[in-house]
Design a protein. Sequence first.
Lengths: 353, 276, 299
Amino acid sequence: MKRALALLFCLAALPALAKDTLNLYNWNNYIAPETIKRFEELCKCEVKQTYYSDNEELLAKLAAGAKGYDILVPTSNAVTPLIKGGQLKPIDKTKLTNLKNIDAKYMNTSFDQDNKYSVPYAMSTTILGYNAEKMKELGLPTDTWAVIFEPKYLEKVKGKVTVLDSSSELFAAALKYLGYSANDTDEKHWKEAADLIKRAKPYWAAFNASSYIKELTVGNIWLAHGYSNDIFQANLDAQAAGRKFQILQGMPKEGAVLAVDNMVIHKDAPRPDLALQFMNFMLEGKNSAELTNLIGSGNPNTDAVKYIKPALLKNPAIFPDAGVAAKLEQLKDLTSAQRKLRGKMWTEIKASR
Amino acid sequence: MPSGQTRSQVRVQNRPRNRHSALLWTAAIAGYAFLYLPLVIVVVYSFNDSRLNAEWVGFTLDWYRKLAHNEEMQQAAANSLIIAFMTSLVATSLGTMAGVAMHKYKLRLLPILVLTPIAIPEILMGVSLLIFFVLLDFSLGLVSVTLAHIAFCIGFVAIVVRSRLAGMDESLTEAARDCGASPWQSFRYVTLPLIMPGVIAGALMAFTLSIDDFVITFFTAGAGTVTLPLQIYSMIKIAVTPEVNAVSTLLMLLTLVLIVIATKLSPSLLRSNQEN
Amino acid sequence: MNRRGEKFGKWLVSGPPILYLLLFFAIPALIMVLASFRSAGEFGGLAPLIDDAGKPDLNVESYVRFFTEPVYAQVFVKSFMYALATTLICLLIAYPLATLIAKSAKKHRDLLLLLVILPFWSNFLIRVYAWMIVLGPQAALARTVNGVLGWMGIGPVSLLFSAFAVLVCLVYVHLPFMVLPLYANLEKHDQALLDAAQDLGANGWQRFWRITFPLSLPGVYAGAALVFIPALGIFAIPDILGGPNDSLIGNVIKQQFLETRDWPFGSVLSIVLTVAALALAGLAAWVGARSTSREASGA
């Protein structure tokens, strides 16, 4: 009798086991739960999400040979090593009927000519986040990188400033401030940037990519080098908690880094068909807009505009105007030799006093 | 000597209270306070009405409600518990064997094999195990994670068991053998009860290391394998909400309950020899 | 027991752990030791072992880099200092705790032990975040400290994002790994020895220093090993609440595997760290063995 019951249970579970699964390897909180549910109903499949919190983690895991993922969501400069390392499956664009929704200026970039492998998903910029009341009180500018690099400004906020713990982001900000391109690879310019950073370092509270938002929101930190999505969220949280200050986004006039995240298919994807279906689904304006409305991310989808909350559309850090957009740059991947040099300079910066 | 009491128990009864026990008590209580201060914050802040959870805003049960609907988080917690229990079981067995072997025999390979996983940086071990599993075409999932965890937990158990055995009186085991006990019997009824506190200490350490591991788990987990640390660390750049505090609080309580039940079910296994 | 039986017993007990560790640790580790002699892949990972010309890609470039660029040795030394401080402070805090548990009545011991380890079944990250709240500038602790310092005329200090915060967290995270081995050792101490000493006139301090502490040394060494060695390689704590000067070797190693994508160099740094840690452990064991044998023969 027991055996028969056990067998019945197994048989009942079988249809569930046989359900199609799409394996999505994504940043945490980078897709709205409603969107996932709607896709699951549409494709009659299950979406399993696993997470990473850094492009580099994704790259390291795939470089060591991991597989089983269908869709990955790397930033453009991570797409390059993935393509060159032969990790991606070319996309069958005939299945992507909604591809025309993407703004042409984000298509056919140097990262993936002709978009053979990738499709833009969402964007963010790396800018300044600041406590509006404090900065006004101290009379500090909030539209220039000088405020985190120049001792004359830093003196007033000593110990209340954090910068991102990322050599590429911090060097990019320094290079932009010095008037160079964020993708400049001249060793002399890098040396200048490194010296600029070392000079400012004693005034900074920390190199921090993980807890700076909390500290900014409660007022322990007054100025941060951070991501636009996070700073947007921080203000929502600060207002919800009833704080007496606003957390605002400051777009530096020298320009900033733009990060475009893309959907790609892994070369060993178990279900490339579901992956393409998912991509096409996310290229619909309605679905793409849900993420922007959730976390305040930038959106390369022209069709999404009519679904995005008006307040977000007016936000210059999320939807920069043409003048600002011209000064935004996407970071390019470096060669192995350049990465080693950058790594050495970064370690020296961290070890300097 | 009165029956049923050891020599030391009789002595203690007749001794005046040690003058230094007040100092000992204060220091120990301070130690517990140090251990529990952050924990109190963890539990209290699981009721905090603030997404970023950096300061107390107000009381709410919302996060527990969210957790009740969050299947992903629940699955992650369940996976973590399963992996931790399996790891603890296997690592404690293998580690105890290793500890006993290192004490008893003059081995050269085992001490190195046991100590190196503790010394080696986790990221190196994680990457190397991933490459290894891929080479063997071993599918990544709960099993690969458990195998990896066992590998780095064995050393902790072995070192504690060996230190427990250090200076241990061999005469008891020899006496047992003289009375005709087989090697297994002398181990089971003489050695094992003597080293039991070390074995338990090792098992607790292995469990703790496994349930909280991130780096090695990140590399050896498969697509769709979630453990609690993987889930939580991926939130690190966005917001580690009070829901994480909630799941941690519940997990701690659950684990405590499970372990208390386990000790009640097998008292003979865990009581030390002195009561027999 | 005859010779063959003895040998069989030896392999029966040491065999399974050796086999397991050889398979799931030694072989993977050797893959990375080999990697330290290879070149980094242009886009990540490792360059192919046999290059296009059919020659194996083996070199000692990464080792040469380590020995010719002094900054890495500097960071190593800093990490050793932190790990050493962590170990000593852990020992100071853990010893009374372990003693109390060991001296407690049988029925309380298991519970007290569980209470020590219970906090560590919550997630590491939120425990560190809890410390950020405790050490935050607006919390009671920082305000008290800065109040006292202000009264002495010294400017306010930040407890958070500092070496102090890193050290407090390091000690906190490693404490159970000192308490448990110490407890396992102290539990077997016979009270009769201490009572006899008291009878002979020894005071509390003498009983501790000349009986309890020497007997507990194996536990102290075990705890020290299980704290010092892992503490050397830690990176998450400086990442979350360290200041700009608190980068440790664990952070540098992580950077090689992730941002820089220089696995060979990351392997070199890891091997140096591992070898150094093992050498120190071996040295400590040797010193310990010599002092116990000297005591046995001399005192």
